[in-house]
Design a protein around this ligand. Structure first.
Ligand SMILES: *Cc1c(COP(=O)(O)O)cnc(C)c1O
Length: 498
């Protein structure tokens, strides 16, 4: 710790550009047996004038640097990671191993289709599993993440309505929605009409009835929503939108809570995305890659991105003959590693195992709720699904905020829950424990949360110093957001600075 501090206030480890010395090598390449670039005639404009600013380090320095950096990370492998809306569950090692198998990892997507029959079979089977889980008719595995799945779904809705000769202009989005929902609508050229959540934290059918008119192309609804609450009037909402000639898009990021409990098609969903990297494992949180398959009803099937995997498990093939398709969204087989992990996750659990995920995830979230509600105010007095939203009403009276609670939790060995989201809850603190945390870990989290509240009662001003034991102290987030330093400049005196 003291060493870290001595590094001029830098985070843990100095950048690799400040390490090494001129002339140090990682490894030595054999002598060239062809002409070096210097001897070739290369058009002058393309030659560098200065050497690139690359660190000159030994392999050992590189290994140590990156190993130390990896040890500074917060991760699901080292701590409970109750980040709401993200479903940070355990990622089984079997899925990791399968995704790294040479035949999958090194298969070239431009090989003839006969050479990757196994890939296509996995895609065909996973599509079938997802159709069964959602109750919908057809699936595309192309979208690279949830947000691209949203884009895909809205493009399909636009194509279907255009075909009817009634393209429409407006998308209804509840106020608790994830930011990607209004962003997707706007990107597709739609106007967003926000719908207010009701007093119980879910959308009331009456509000949708009032907003519905002949300009509404669809509603984008998240169920359970980002408050962790089941949309109790979903069936009526779907009926209203359908009767008005619109479609229902479901943001399926919270599908974990429904596994084994409900099929979205049964309450009237037309098209939805599934975040494979949330519900069906894959390490995430560090920026991807993800995978956001889209499932839809038969009416929307012709518009799915092309190509679609069709045929039988014995003879799968890619169907490019899709004249009404919205086109290609992602190159080759999509983010195939995630597809393998999801296939492994689903086939390892089997139907019976999958049915336990939703109820177990819901039980964990309600356990946190029940054992913390006397200490932290719950935003809505409605039973939780997969996640529970608290706020800092009680802590504010004592001089501390949600940010202080989150930072202090780091000292207790927990990644903080999601904070200040969803936006409809001021000072929100949203915890999603998932089905994979054992009871003892949930109890440790409860003890930590209660201890933080006690500290706030005793000496709230000290919380402003948290975290105290993390590799980095509290950042100046306002300056970081307003004046980001986007270009690395080495300090004087370091090897890179000379
Ligand atoms: C995660 C999430 C998304 C976006 O999914 P990505 O895979 O990150 O693009 C959309 N909506 C909700 C509710 C989410 O939690």
């Amino acid at each position: 710790m003291t060493l870290w501090r001595a590094l001029k206030g830098r985070v843990g480890e100095a950048p690799i550009f400040e390490k090494g010395a001129p002339g140090r090598l990682g490894y030595v390449l054999p002598e060239l047996d062809f002409a070096a670039a210097d001897d070739l005639e290369i058009e002058q404009g393309y030659l560098r004038e200065q050497d690139p600013m690359l660190p000159e380090v030994t392999e050992f320095e590189v290994v140590r640097h990156y190993t130390r950096l990896s040890q500074l990370n917060a991760s699901i492998d080292t701590m409970m990671y109750p980040l709401g809306s993200c479903t940070m569950k355990y990622n089984p090692r079997s899925g990791e191993k399968a995704a790294r198998m040479g035949s999958f990892a090194y298969g070239h997507p431009l090989e003839p289709v006969e050479f990757h029959q196994a890939n296509l079979r996995i895609m065909l089977e996973l599509g079938g599993y997802l159709a069964k889980i959602t109750g919908l008719d057809a699936v595309s595995l192309q979208p690279a993440a949830g947000a691209q799945g949203e884009l895909c779904g809205l493009m399909m809705i636009r194509a279907a309505l255009t075909k009817r000769g009634d393209p429409r202009k407006v998308v209804l989005v509840p106020d608790s929605a994830h930011g990607t929902n209004p962003a997707t609508s706007t990107l597709n050229g739609y106007k967003v009409k926000p719908i207010k959540s009701g007093p119980e934290g879910y959308v009331q059918a009456e509000a949708v009835r009032e907003a519905m008119d002949e300009d509404v192309a669809c509603i984008m609804i998240t169920n359970p929503n980002t408050l962790g609450i089941f949309e109790a009037e979903i069936q009526e909402i779907c009926d209203i939108v359908h009767e008005g000639g619109g479609f229902v898009y479901m943001d399926g990021a919270n599908l974990n809570a429904l596994l084994g409990v409900a099929q979205p098609a049964s309450f009237g969903i037309d098209v939805m995305h599934i975040n494979l990297h949330k519900t069906f494992s894959t390490p995430h949180g560090g920026g991807g890659p993800g995978s956001g398959p889209v499932a839809c009803v038969a009416e929307l099937e012709p518009f799915l991105p092309s190509p679609v995997v069709v045929g039988t498990p014995e003879e799968p093939r890619l169907d490019y003959d899709r004249p009404e398709s919205i086109g290609k969204l992602r190159s080759f087989h999509g983010n195939f590693g995630m597809i393998i992990r999801a296939h492994c996750f689903i086939s390892e659990h089997g139907a019976e195992g999958l049915k336990r995920i939703g109820p177990d995830a819901i039980l964990s979230a309600n356990y946190l709720r029940a054992r913390l509600k006397d200490y932290y105010n719950v935003a809505y007095d409605t039973p939780s699904m997969h996640e529970v939203v608290f706020n800092d009403e009680k802590q504010k009276e004592k001089g501390a905020t949600t940010l202080d609670v989150a930072k202090r939790l780091i000292d207790f060995g927990f990644h903080p829950p999601t904070i200040y989201f969803p936006l409809v809850v001021p000072g929100a603190l949203m915890a999603e424990p998932t089905e994979t945390e054992p009871l003892e870990e949930l109890n440790r989290f409860i003890v930590a949360m209660r201890a933080v509240d006690q500290e706030i009662s005793d000496h709230p001003e000290e919380l402003k110093q948290a975290p105290r034991t993390a590799p980095a102290r509290r950042f100046d987030e306002a300056t970081a957001a307003r004046k980001p330093r986007l270009r690395y400049s080495p300090p004087e005196g370091s090897p890179a600075g000379e």
